[in-house]
Design a protein around this ligand. Structure first.
Ligand code: GLV
Ligand code: GLV
Length: 323
């Protein structure tokens, strides 16, 4: 029987399943534990299950003298010092795969909604401003036939490309390395450098992890070199974009609009972003479907059970610790 500390109650049946065989302590309430609460929580725990909002740094990891497994309820693991976990022989699990479609749906929803100005349209009707059909009312930009640039061609980037293909878009992508030629052909996607991608794309959608290399990848220089009238979609991680520079690019060009599900300092949003009509905001809900959120918890629990049997799960982030 393992001692498991969970930083928030999770949807679905996964935690109930863990409770049948293990000693599960869930941090109560609807806010993340403080640093002290986290330290106290991991102190005697064998396993930590945490959210992307919990910063699991060296201090927290070192406070868990018995800690063997960290399960992150997210695919991105930028909130965890994975190297330090590895040094301490602690396995890190995440939730790849099960959130791919939900996340790509969200990115594509933001793409369509910013192209067709749905945020403005909704506010227009609610505010009682609609006085009749008008040939020039809320003109957006066409999606079909336009070029989508995908930054980061992992599972979610590929799922985004599949959606874009269905909408008759031309697809460019940049990635550490090109995807296999057969997949490129199926998707009709062309590998380019970032500079070519931002120059040619009408829509740019971010699907890369947050790493030291991708932090502020979209800085003032890159944003100002984007195609005039283009639209930026970010459902990846907020700090990939320099938010102050984004505001500038939305106010003074070249950007037409932005659809944002993630922010530099969540849950705080740059005050200017909230006032710009051409920005669509969502509170980091890319994976928020009933099905996906429950599958994410199931996947973590399966990974934990696999590790407890001394076998290697597919969703192990640091396979170095195994064997
Ligand atoms: C969500 O942002 C995730 O990384 O799962
Ligand atoms: C997510 O699972 C990704 O690899 O993009």
């Amino acid at each position: 029987m393992a001692k498991i500390f969970v930083t928030r109650e999770l949807p679905g049946k996964a935690l109930a399943q863990l409770r049948q065989h293990h000693d599960v302590l869930v941090h109560p309430g609807e806010t993340s534990p403080t640093t002290d609460e986290l330290k106290a929580g991991v102190k005697d725990a064998d396993i930590l299950i945490c959210l992307l909002t919990d910063s699991i740094d060296q201090n927290i990891i070192s406070a868990g003298s018995k800690l063997k497994i960290i399960g992150n309820y997210a695919v991105g693991t930028n909130n965890i010092d994975v190297d330090w976990a590895t040094v301490n022989d602690i396995a890190v699990l995440n939730t790849p795969g099960v959130l791919t479609d939900a996340s790509a749906d969200m990115a594509f929803a933001l793409l369509l909604a910013t192209a067709r100005r749905l945020g403005e349209a909704d506010r227009f009707v609610r505010d009682g401003k609609w006085s009749g059909w008008d040939p020039t009312l809320l003109l957006g930009t066409q999606v079909t036939g336009k070029t989508l640039g995908i930054v980061g061609m992992g599972r979610i980037g590929i799922a985004m490309a599949q959606r874009a293909k269905g909408f008759g878009m031309r697809i460019l992508y940049t990635n550490r390395q090109p995807v296999p030629a057969g997949l490129e052909r199926d998707l009709g996607a062309t590998f380019v450098e970032l500079s070519g991608l931002i120059e040619k794309s009408d829509f740019v959608s971010l699907h890369c992890p947050l790493t030291p290399t991708t932090r502020h990848l979209f800085n003032a220089k890159v944003l100002s070199a984007m195609k005039p009238g283009s639209i930026l979609i970010n459902t990846a991680r907020g700090p990939v974009v320099d938010e102050a520079a984004l505001v500038e690019a939305l106010e003074n060009g070249p950007l037409r609009a932005a659809g944002l599900d993630v922010f530099e300092d969540e849950p705080n949003v740059h005050p200017k972003l909230k006032t710009l009509p051409n920005v669509l905001l969502a509170p980091h809900v890319g994976s928020a479907t009933v099905e996906t959120r429950s599958e994410m918890a199931d996947l973590l629990v399966r990974g934990i059970q696999t590790l407890l049997r001394d076998e290697q799960p597919n969703n192990l982030v640091n396979p170095e610790v195994f064997g």
